[in-house]
Design a protein around this ligand. Structure first.
Ligand SMILES: [Zn+2]
Length: 50
C-alpha cells in the first residue's frame, strides 16, 4: 500500500480540518472539493493540506 497516502481536506474559510481519506500518490494536482463544514454551517471549498 506504499502508493496510497492519507490526505487531509481543510475548509478554505475557517481552516478546520474536516475530512480525511487516502488516495493514490500518482494522482496529479491538489484536491479541492465542496464539502459541508460544521463550523461554518454550510458547504465550503475544502482544499488538500499536509
Ligand atoms: Zn469552515
Amino acid at each position: 500500500m506504499a502508493d496510497r497516502v492519507i490526505i487531509t481536506l481543510a475548509c478554505s474559510e475557517c481552516k478546520d480540518r474536516n475530512y480525511y481519506f487516502d488516495r493514490n500518490k500518482k494522482q496529479e494536482g491538489k484536491l479541492e472539493l465542496k464539502k459541508f463544514c460544521k463550523k461554518c454551517g454550510k458547504r465550503t471549498l475544502h482544499k488538500e493540506t499536509k
